[in-house]
Ligand binder design. Structure first.
Ligand SMILES: [Zn+2]
Ligand SMILES: [Zn+2]
Length: 104
């Protein structure tokens, strides 16, 4: 379990309390991504993926009091976690400078 590397910049994510709770949440979700399981039950995907991180349903910055509330946490795979954070994806997708055409 690698945890949430990108959210790992916040010292909260290296606290013992968080580490413990994160494991609890993954155990609760039986080590699977809850979003994958949902799609799997709907017959939309063939195989659910394993949980790769634990995500705050209400973001930490909006509800710091729910930081360690199990019901505010879900296990997600990398892909579905990214989908929960469109703000980050937008940042990542900022257009790169156009590729130079090299004439040979
Ligand atoms: Zn998933
Ligand atoms: Zn998250």
């Amino acid at each position: 379990m690698s945890g949430d590397r990108r959210e790992g910049t916040d010292p909260f994510y290296s606290s013992a309390a968080w580490q413990r709770l994160r494991e609890q949440v993954v155990l609760r979700d039986r080590g699977m991504c809850v979003e994958c399981l949902r799609l799997y039950e709907l017959g939309l995907i063939r195989k659910p993926r394993r949980a790769q991180m634990v995500h705050h349903v209400i973001p930490l910055k909006d509800a710091p009091e729910l930081a360690l509330t199990e019901s505010n946490l879900v296990s997600l795979c990398y892909k579905h976690h990214e989908e929960k954070h469109p703000e980050r994806r937008a940042r990542e997708d900022t257009p790169r400078p156009p590729m130079r055409v090299i004439k040979v």
